[in-house]
Design a protein around this ligand. Sequence first.
Ligand code: GDP
Length: 365
Amino acid sequence: ALKAGIVGLPNVGKSTLFNAITQAGAESANYPFCTIDPNVGVVEVPDERLDKLVELVQPNKTVPTAFEFVDIAGLVRGASKGEGLGNKFLAHIREVDAIVHVVRCFVDENVTHVDGKVNPISDIQTINLELILADLESVEKRIERSRKNIKGGDKKYAQEVEVLERVKEALYQDQPARSLELSEDERQIVRDLHLLTLKPVLYAANVGEDEVASAEENPYVKQVREFAAAENAEVVPISAKVEAEIAELEGEDKEMFLEELGLQESGLNRLIKAAYKLLGLYTYFTAGVQEVRAWTIRKGTKAPGAAGVIHTDFERGFIRAEVVAYTDLVAAGSMNGAKERGQLRLEGKEYLVQDGDVMHFRFNV
Ligand code: GDP
């Protein structure tokens, strides 16, 4: 499963947010493939389309798709030099698909700031610098190796060196690797190095509990937004403390609490949706009377691959898929209605599954 890692300086609210995530956690029986680890929180991905399909089909069971957050605490200044538990944490970051960087935007004299005062931009730069330094080491090592290969007569490394020199230059200028414009070929070369600063980033701006409704007016949030815009990253304002309280409530109590706070939905839901989008993920649905269920795929997945998310047998024995777009199904009101309108398509092995497709797979066992 795809994972987002939660990073940030000490005392910015990471544990508080992670606790809210595990508290809100998904029904684990539905997700046997998810990692069981105290540092991993599995959450359901909120999706209005799933609710609508449930209304249409009235199934016995409903299962949202899930997403994993990993708590990567302990990243401190000097981590790239092995300080604290530095290298270990950098290794954990290497394993995630995206980074949720928690930034302190709340003021509270009772909570010490590692640098003595609240300064989100300087905090971001401190963490980013560690990631950049770690990447520089990887890139320089690789360049050296490739140069040797070129000297040894293997010319195919020339392009690699050329691209990596550009990455190195960017890193020296404190720019993350993701800020570079790369062709698909070049991206492939760079991807090979599993660079930390190539991963997509989302800044979670942690505001005070009395600021949730007016988070955008918080001057620190504004600073984070400006900074993030320059490096093409997303920002989600959130109050970790409030999320921890919301996560303890359910049903009507939760609705009422959100209303009191002046919120449409929890910050956690916004964070989950933003992380999902950041990773370029699509959701497709299966909709039978037994079960209506949402499934996650990467954008660009073909029909057999999508079937494989349900079961490897579905992928191996794939024959074809019956597909109707979610919007067509809802407009037609039923599967039969969609069929009558000619909107139920038969698709083969090369079909690129679209976000919102409602699918039924035919396969050989
Ligand atoms: P971590 O070190 O990044 O995991 O930070 P924690 O989640 O442990 O939070 C550090 C301290 O900040 C704890 O005492 C939290 O209760 C407090 N804290 C976290 N978020 C907020 C907030 O939005 N407002 C206030 N006032 N305190 C917060």
